[in-house]
Every structure is written in C-alpha cells, then in structure tokens.
Design a protein around this ligand. Structure first.
Ligand code: XUL
Length: 563
C-alpha cells in the first residue's frame, strides 16, 4: 500500500492506493468543521489583502487524520512508502530549536503540544490567496531586469503569493521572527518533515513557486536572494536549504512517533512531498498533447511538456518526477465561487432551490453559441476575489465586442444580469485558458483558428467536472480532438492520489523506469475515466479562436483599471 497526503487550503486528505494504483481509501479532515477552535473561514484568516493560516492547525489535523485512518482499520502497517503534497507557495518558519524538538518527539503526547509554539519563529503561514506583496514583487522583478526576465529564469513573473515576495514581506514586517528563523519550509516540505521527524528538503517542482530558483540551471538566483534578504543571501540560502532534485529519493523512514502511535511499519519509507499542482499532474498518465483542468475553488490548467517556454502569462515548474519535462500551469483564484454567486442570483430570481445548478445550466446552454451570434459578441469577467490572471482587483466587467473586434465596456444597465452571466462566465473562464495555453499546442502555428492548435485530450477533475454545462462550454471553447474525459475515481482527491502514485512509483519502479511508463502500465482506462464531452466542434472552436484577441484587449482594460 502507498499513502499520499494532501495539505490543501481547507482540508488535509489521505489516499491509500495499492500496487496497481487502485484507490483503497480516502480520508479527510476539514479545518473549519473539525478544528473549529482555530476559527478559520475556509481554512484561512483574511486580513484585507493578507491571507494566512495557523501552522498549529495543520499539525493537529495530521494527528486527527491519522487517528481517523487508524479507527477505520486502514492497513497503515502495510504502507511501504509515503509521499504528499501541499498548497503551493505557503511558507513555514522553523525556529532554531526545531530540529532538536523534532528529534525528541514522543508518542505519548500529541504532535501539536510538543511542537507549538517553540518549534516555530512565526506561527502563521502566508496563503496562496494573499495579494499583499506588490512592492516586494516589483523589487524582485527589478533586480533581474523585469518581469519577462524573471519569467525566463524562474518560469513565472513575480506573483503576490509566491514564496520569495512573502518571505521578503515577513522580513520587512516581522524582522525578529525572520531573525529567529532557522529553516523555511514550503507547506509540502513542512508536512514531509512531520512525517520523517526532521526538516525535509524542498522538492525540485515546488521550489519553482518562489521567484528565486533558476529552473534550467537548477540553482538559487543570487540577485533575488540578495533582494529578498536585504543583502544577506548566504543566510537565506541556508534557511531555504538544499533542494531535492530526485522526486523518488528515499528521505528516511517514517518517524517513530507514527510507528508507535499509528502502527506504521519501521520499514515504511518517505520520499519528497511536492506542490499540490505538480502532484495533481501525477494522477493521470498525461501525454504531452493532453491537458488537465482542475475545477475546484480555484481553477487550474496543467500540462506536461518538454518545451521550456516561459512567458509572464503563465507558470512553468520543473516536473516533480521526470527530468526533461516541465509542468506548465494556469492558476485562477476565481473558479467555483464566482460561478456559484451567479448561480445563486439566478436561483433567487427564479425562486428555485438554492444550491441547484439546474437553472444556471439551462440558461447557460440555451444562450446562443458564437455560431448564431457572431456579430454581436458580449463578454463578462467575474472576479469576486482579486484575480491572478489577469492580475486584477475584485470586480465584474461586461463588454460588447464591435465587428472590428474592439471591446467596449458596458454599464450595468446595458447588461442583462443574471441571465446573460451564466454563459458569459463559462465562456470567459474557458477563453482565458485557451488564450494563455496556446503556445504549448503546435508552437510553430500562429493562427489561433488552425485546428492543430488544440489539445488532443482534456481531462477534467474537481467538483465542477460533474457539471455538464461547465464541461460542454469548455469543450466548445477549448476543443480537444479526442474529447473531454472525467476522472471517475478519486476525482476530488486527484492531488492526494497523484502523491500516492508517486510513492508507489518510488517503491516499485524498475531501475530507470520513468513515472510515465510506470503509470501507463497500471492504467485502467475503461474503469477510471469516462468521456463526458466530444470536445472539438468544427466551426464553433474556430469562431471562439477569432475572439481571442478581443479577450486579450478586454483583459488589458481590466488590468489598467486595477492598477
Ligand atoms: C498555484 C496556487 C494554487 C495553490 C492551491 O500556483 O497558488 O493552485 O497551490 O492550493
């Protein structure tokens, strides 16, 4: 058996798979519900643009999760290898006492009572939804000659939530805490540390979400470390520690604490934990022409590619298991929540059941496709939270596109809310994905109506992958020669499942066997995925393609009004 853990924003999850990668169990702890004494809302504290989570809550959640697994008689003693994932970019600040405390943990007391507060220099972890670090981002981009240069080196321009700007902010605001920090973990390596009882290295994929790692050279960028640390780069380098470049490396056996308390075998190995998105990539045997879209609280699109094509438009990360491959990613804050707000407006107006999608879907699918309404396109952008791409403040924008393709901003009385919103949100969310991911499909083709410029297969995972209207509009806009497929098993736990697959690969692979080959051999297509949409529709896809330049211009207008 192989265990994958996932420390996400609202939950801690554990998935066990067997040697054929079949899911044996799925267990979870929900922070707001199960640990209400931390008083988080959706797992975080929001203080204006600052968004943080209490580290102690995560530690307590780990004991709770493992005790639930034990109570459910799951075969923890048969687990041969453990990996895991964490929400990306979040950082945890260990104190100088941390290593000693970790090495003396006893199974008589809970983890949290032994670690908190002495093992930490700062008790909170900045969350990926934080948008408070514009000044820090500007300085980091400046020190390497601008956003395109930073993207070229690190795979991403500077982003508010990235670990580098967040560490810099902490140093500026809480100098004492920074000084008292012995090591900085990412959420992934933090959880891994709790499993092995010593501070674990950051892995090769998750390190790419910090603005300080040169992806191609595989080393820290001196200028960025100097900027973040206020001139003390060597000290910061030591705090971040060595990066583990081998995703299957055995870091050590599971800590005695877990052996004694939960019955893990003394032979159970722990390998590097990675970011939640890189781990999600490992839930499926993704080919280079495929795409995976995760439709959760946030929306992400993931691609596995051998082309390193960094642009400020999206992110590139080193692949968590396979050298020579990269993960390209789009990450939107406004996924389900934005759709739910429109659904609620529609249900209120139509006096239908509150959480039902029936009316929303009916309206979204009844509204004309671009085939019949080509001359008068209208677009709507909905960001209840400040958005990452395009970088924008919170708000709603409606546009009408002229026959020349120029978007004109509409006032609220020129838009029919909420009826027009249902299709508009599905279209704009899909159009942005298409616009930004285009460089990866047949990079030599520039015509966005050329049908070679689309994915072959699109996999959808996450809660909204069950929604027919969401999936159909994705198919209409993004195409997909081979159609859209929904993962049937573990579809809301793709990330923990990917981590469990990684653990199985590390333990079972033949010498030199890549992760991709390993998963392909175990893959049971008929049982594990289902075709849910035909994807490419001749004519429709091309018309949406001709709208992309108007989407780009509309987003530029939104960004300008946001700065
Ligand atoms: C990725 C990102 C989010 C978090 C969610 O860059 O910020 O997807 O990883 O947990």
């Amino acid at each position: 058996m192989y265990l994958g853990l996932d420390l996400s924003t609202q939950q801690l999850k554990g998935v066990i798979v067997d040697a054929q990668l079949r899911i044996q169990s799925e267990t979870s702890v929900s922070f707001d519900v199960d640990l209400p004494h931390y008083k988080t809302k959706k797992g975080v504290y929001v203080q204006g643009r600052r968004v943080l989570s209490p580290v102690a809550m995560w530690i307590e959640a780990l004991d709770l999760l493992l005790s639930r697994m034990l109570e459910a008689n799951l075969p923890l003693d048969q687990i041969r290898c453990i990996s895991g994932a964490g929400q990306q970019h979040g950082s945890v600040y260990w104190s100088y006492e941390a290593e000693t405390i970790l090495s003396h943990i006893t199974s008589d007391e809970s983890l949290v009572s032994q670690l908190e507060p002495r093992a930490f220099a700062y008790g909170l972890s900045p969350n990926w939804q934080d948008s408070s670090t514009q000044l820090e981002c500007d300085e980091i981009e400046k020190c390497v000659g601008g956003s395109s240069n930073l993207a070229r080196l690190t795979g991403s321009k500077a982003h508010h939530r990235f670990t580098g700007p967040q560490i810099m902010k902490l140093r500026n605001e809480f100098e004492e805490s920074y000084k008292k920090t012995f090591r900085i973990s990412l959420v992934s390596s933090f959880l891994c540390s709790l499993m092995i009882g010593k501070i674990a290295p950051i892995d090769c994929a998750d390190i790419c979400g910090g603005s300080f790692w040169d992806i191609e050279k595989e080393e820290y960028i001196q200028e960025v470390l100097t900027t973040i640390s206020g001139g003390h780069s060597a000290e910061l380098r030591q705090k971040l520690g060595k990066v583990c470049m081998n995703g299957g490396e055995k870091l050590g056996r599971v800590a005695q604490y877990h052996q004694q308390r939960y019955g893990f075998s003394s032979k159970c190995e722990v390998i590097p934990f990675t970011g939640d998105n890189p781990a999600t990539l490992l839930a499926l045997p993704l080919l280079q022409t495929d795409a995976m879209i995760s439709l959760g609280t946030s929306t992400t699109m993931l691609l596995s590619t051998s082309h390193y094509l960094p642009l400020p438009d999206y992110h590139m990360f080193a692949h968590p298991t396979t050298k020579g491959l990269f993960m390209a990613m789009l990450c939107y804050k406004n996924g389900s929540l934005a759709r739910e707000l429109i659904r609620d407006d529609i249900n209120r107006k139509c006096e239908t059941e509150q959480e039902s999608w029936t009316k929303f879907n009916e309206i979204a699918l009844a509204t004309s496709s671009p085939m019949d309404n080509n001359h008068k396109r209208r677009l709507g952008f909905y960001f209840p939270l400040p958005e990452i791409i395009p970088q924008s403040k919170a708000g709603t924008w409606h546009f009408e596109i002229s026959s020349e393709g120029t978007p004109q901003l509409l006032s609220p009385d020129q838009w029919n809310s909420p009826e027009e919103d249902a299709r508009a949100i599905l279209e704009s969310q899909s159009l942005d994905i298409r616009m930004r991911s285009q460089p990866f499909f047949e990079p030599s083709i520039h015509d966005c109506t050329d049908i070679r410029k689309q994915a072959s297969r699109i996999y959808v995972v996450g809660g909204a992958s069950k929604n027919d209207a969401v999936v159909q509009v994705l198919g209409e806009v993004l195409g997909g020669h081979d159609g859209i497929y929904r993962q049937l098993i573990g579809f809301s736990n793709a990330c923990a499942m990917g981590a469990a697959n990684k653990a199985a690969w590390a333990a079972l692979k033949e010498p030199g066997q890549s992760f991709e080959e390993f998963v392909k051999n175990q893959w049971n297509e008929a049982a594990w995925i289902k075709k849910v949409d035909r994807g490419y529709r001749a004519g429709v896809w091309e018309v949406y393609g001709s709208l992309l330049h108007s989407v780009r211009t509309a987003e530029e207008l939104i960004t300008q009004t946001s700065n």
